[in-house]
Design a binder for this molecule. Structure first.
Ligand code: ARG
Length: 330
């Protein structure tokens, strides 16, 4: 197996970002900061690397793009899909308090002994597995998790919804591949685009599902789709996210800026003699699509270039060592 120098590794990470067809933020690929933690061995050391990552990435709200590379060892996994995830507590009636996207991870953490407070925005512990061992839990220190309370510039009742979101989106369940070497734990982050929070996390029916509540408080007619209550609620939710991050001094871009920057990236790449592989559905914003320049262009996600980032199966669906609370899951 090839062992990369720091320079080779760092450049590989940047090019991996540039190669990834589903990222709209690739204009900034050259600014990625790479932390080399290939020396980490124990789950404690991996957890500490994750905390260091969040502190550097958060930077008081300025948000730096950071990637931390842990050893290329099969079986090493961060079970959390992002370093910061809100618990989703499944209720007896099937509903979920918190983020339904993390209901399984929450059950995993509980089976390992974690006791959540039962709130809508409880930060889950890191669940880290080193090869041949059961996963272990690590609470994130409070100062490593910057959060933004959500309010609206002109709808005073918005703050009463009690919404909040974390400042740093740090994906931690994808594998990074460089020169045939697979790094199964290599978390990376950028900054948020407002729609990720406003038009997906808060709005999707299988996430926080806030559109009915927002529309009702706005006094819209939710009995007929033609009142465009969903659309109007979506816009106010996105406005609230943009306003709140700005007020908190936390970097975030709106969908117009993000799409424009992506087109700038494409043009820059063309001048370098490269094409930017892109997945149309991922570079067109989920709201007001046709106002974005990317909507009017066609893209090809192929070829899948290397280095790159790849999905991998959720660890709790994989065979586990005996003694592990999930040994039967497989
Ligand atoms: N969409 C994900 C979320 O809402 C984050 C994905 C990465 N986003 C980013 N801006 N780097 O948490």
């Amino acid at each position: 197996m090839k062992f990369h120098t720091y320079e080779q590794l760092a450049e590989g990470c940047r090019i991996g970002w540039r190669n990834h067809a589903r990222c709209i933020g690739r204009l900034h690929w050259q600014s990625l900061k790479v932390l080399d933690r290939r020396d980490a061995r124990t789950a404690e050391e991996i957890a500490q690397g994750c905390v260091d990552h969040l502190r550097l990435a958060t930077d008081g709200g300025r948000i730096r793009s950071v990637m931390t590379v842990f050893p290329a060892r099969r079986g090493l996994r961060i079970w959390n899909s992002q370093l910061i995830r809100y618990a989703g507590y499944r209720q007896p009636d099937g509903s979920v308090v918190g983020d339904p996207a993390n209901a399984e991870l929450t059950e995993v953490a509980q089976a390992l002994g974690w006791r959540g407070r039962g709130g809508r925005f409880d930060v889950l512990p890191l669940v880290i597995q080193v090869p041949g061992r059961s996963p272990e839990l690590f609470d994130l220190p409070e100062d490593a998790v910057l959060e933004v309370p959500i309010s609206h510039p002109d709808l005073p009742w918005f703050a009463d919804l009690g919404l909040r979101w974390h400042a740093v989106p740090a994906i931690s369940n994808m594998a990074f591949e460089l020169d045939g070497v697979i790094f199964p734990a290599a978390p990376f982050n950028g900054w948020y685009v407002s729609f990720e929070i406003g038009a997906r996390n808060f709005s999707d029916e299988n996430r926080y599902n806030q559109l009915p509540e927002v529309a009702q408080r706005m006094g819209l007619d939710t009995r007929t789709s033609g009142s465009l209550w969903k659309d109007r609620a979506l816009i106010e939710l996105n406005q609230a996210v943009i306003h709140s991050f700005k007020q908190a001094g936390v970097k975030l871009v709106d969908h117009h800026v993000a799409a424009r920057q992506f087109v700038t990236h494409e043009e820059r790449e063309r001048r370098q003699g490269r094409v930017a592989p892109a997945d149309w559905a991922w570079v067109v914003p989920p709201i007001s699509g046709s106002t974005a320049p990317t909507f009017h262009r066609s893209y090809s996600a192929e070829p899948v270039l290397s280095p790159n980032f790849h999905y991998q199966p959720d660890p709790w669906t994989q065979p586990q060592p005996a003694r592990c609370p999930f040994a039967d899951a497989a």
